[in-house]
Design a protein around this ligand. Structure first.
Ligand code: TXA
Ligand code: MG
Length: 326
């Protein structure tokens, strides 16, 4: 099993040494746990892909302490980047920009662009400071599985990675992956919705900048197979929940907002009704649903569709689409 380490100075130093020696380290961020390596060490980065079973054409996010540390990775940093960084960094926003040629191809899956993000979680920041350079890190789950929001989730996904250090920063407070925005064109495109919302990005950039959202499946790595639990899952509105549960004898774990609609043999996992709480709990709940003795997962569809709920609906659709997309 991987080695779960509590967050203290000594363990941060130990993990930073691992990174300097070309190792891979898992660590808490405010969104989900990351599986990190030195951005400038192609062999170390390759090891991330091996561990995760990640397709080689899916690029990684480089984590940096701040905008000053991001600039050496990119060729263009304009007023839009300044506005977004000053409003949302450190925090759960990732910017895609043209990359410098010195960045190894392995870290960006051969693309001419790079994703950069400055996390706000104190553990992630301590690790970045101790290491002293950018850390490339995807979510610390096996490729295609639900992202991890606790250290134990990471250990559960990599039971055979005996030397893997997992820096434990508790339950990830935001709970879903960062908002990804593409700034390589005149329009700003939100490739992956997150807890930094389209509205907030529009407000930060001002009316002169066009900001558009994108349908799922366009950005590399945003394929519908991502973030799926192991059991088949479906998303059902409250009005059809009783009928959907009665339609099959197979017991279901139900991520519900209205527990009174769920009766044995089905098992309810009650979700918070506020979007921040729902997002924080979602991946943990999906992993719990995979562990109880049921054959399927049913998710009561949250009725709201604005703000952070957009990102939640995106992740629910991905969780439910696994079967359909193979
Ligand atoms: O919150 C997060 O973003 C977490 C934590 C660990 O920071 N990381 C994360 O990484 O979710 P990952 O690899 O699971 O998701 C990164 C997403 C993928 O969909 C990837 O395809 C996209 O960002 N991405 C990365 N670099 C890109 C690039 N140069 N162009 C387009 N998309 C890119
Ligand atoms: Mg991921």
């Amino acid at each position: 099993m991987p080695i779960i380490l509590p967050y203290d100075d000594e363990n941060i130093r130990r993990a930073a040494e691992d990174l300097r020696a070309g190792g891979v380290v898992a660590f808490a961020t405010e969104t989900v746990y990351g599986l990190g390596a030195d951005t400038f060490n192609p062999d170390a980065v390759r090891r991330i892909y091996e561990l995760k079973g990640r397709p080689l054409d899916n690029p990684l996010i480089a984590h940096v302490v701040d905008a000053v540390a991001a600039k050496p990775l990119v060729t263009e940093w304009d007023h839009r980047c300044d506005k977004l960084a000053s409003r949302f960094w450190p925090g759960p926003l990732t910017m895609i920009l043209p990359r410098r040629p010195e960045v190894p191809r392995e870290s960006v899956a051969g693309l001419g662009t790079i994703a950069v993000r400055s996390p706000i979680h104190p553990l992630a920041r301590s690790l970045l400071y101790a290491f002293g350079g950018p850390i490339s890190a995807p979510s610390a789950n096996r490729s295609g599985h639900v992202s991890p929001t606790t250290a134990q989730h990471v250990a559960d996904d990599f039971p055979e990675a005996a030397q893997l250090l997992v820096l434990d920063g508790g339950l990830a407070g935001f709970g879903i992956e960062s908002t990804v925005v593409d700034l390589t064109g005149d329009e700003v495109t939100v490739l992956r919705p997150g807890t930094v919302t389209l509205e907030q990005i529009r407000r930060a950039l001002g009316r002169a900048t066009a900001v558009v959202g994108v349908e799922q499946g366009i950005a590399p790595g945003t394929s519908a197979m991502h973030y799926a639990p192991r059991r088949p899952a479906s998303v059902v509105p409250a009005a059809r929940l009783v009928e959907a549960l009665a339609s099959s004898p197979a017991a279901a774990a139900v991520l519900c907002l209205t527990p009174s609609l769920v009766q044995p043999p089905h098992q309810s996992i009650v979700m918070p009704s506020d979007p921040e709480g729902y997002a924080r709990r979602l991946y943990q709940a999906l992993r719990e649903a995979d562990q109880v003795r049921v054959e399927r997962i049913v998710i009561e569809e949250p009725p709201e569709r604005d703000g952070i709920w957009i990102a939640i609906h995106d992740r629910l659709a991905r969780a439910a689409r696994r079967g359909a997309d193979g």
